[in-house]
Design a protein around this ligand. Structure first.
Ligand SMILES: [Zn+2]
Length: 67
């Protein structure tokens, strides 16, 4: 068993802040860190940042279709 490969597979890069974090949630094939998750929850819909988050999340809204 290749430990280096295992480690690489568990590495999670947040789609919002582009940083590798351990704590967070998975959305389809993407990962959102706890910090960004909480930031999004605490953001009002009329806040400019909300649009930014939505833009980042658009990647997630279209999961790959396997045929
Ligand atoms: Zn993040």
């Amino acid at each position: 068993m290749e430990i280096s490969t295992l480690k690489k597979n568990t590495e999670k890069t947040c789609i919002v802040c582009d940083q590798v974090k351990d704590d967070g949630i998975h959305l389809y094939t993407s990962f959102i860190c706890k910090q960004c998750e909480l930031a999004m929850i605490g953001t009002e819909t009329d806040d400019p940042r909300y649009k930014y988050y939505l833009k980042r999340l658009k990647k997630v809204n279209t999961p790959e279709i396997y045929s």
